[in-house]
Design a protein around this ligand. Structure first.
Ligand SMILES: [Zn+2]
Length: 133
């Protein structure tokens, strides 16, 4: 499995398979967190080539490609997930979730909602059983 992490030292966002060193600054990066956010991007005819930007608590956490699943290890806490795409409405819905010992895994899917003027990116919480393998 590949994990999406953000270096706590320099803020670089990267995909890693295991804990190790930040490719940019050499600081330790640790995937061993008690919580996990999984985000799945539903396939869509529109905007196939467009990557969505993912934001956690307003911090960019990289992009998600079409039909891609991103796994983000996180400490316990409350987070706001925001998705954005170039040329789309900034009035996107955000979801807020809390990782705790009672809920260590939170899953969400994002999809493009067609709008009259502009399309928007909508994140939605789903049950872990609704996630693709
Ligand atoms: Zn770093």
């Amino acid at each position: 499995m590949t994990y999406r992490i953000k270096c706590a030292s320099c803020g670089a966002v990267m995909n890693v398979n295991e804990s190790g060193k930040c490719a940019k600054c050499g600081a330790d990066v640790n995937i061993d967190q008690p919580g996990m956010l999984k985000v799945y991007r539903m396939g869509n005819v529109v905007g196939v080539a467009v990557g969505f930007g993912l934001y956690l608590n307003d911090q960019p956490i990289g992009h998600i490609g079409n039909k891609e699943t991103v796994c983000i290890p996180l400490p316990y806490g409350t987070y706001k997930l925001h998705c954005r795409s170039a040329g789309m409405s900034k009035k996107c819905k955000d979801i807020t979730f809390t990782l705790s010992p009672e809920e260590t895994l939170v899953c969400a899917k994002v999809y493009i909602k067609m709008g009259f003027w502009r399309n928007s990116v909508v994140p939605e919480r789903v049950a872990p059983s609704d996630m693709p393998e």
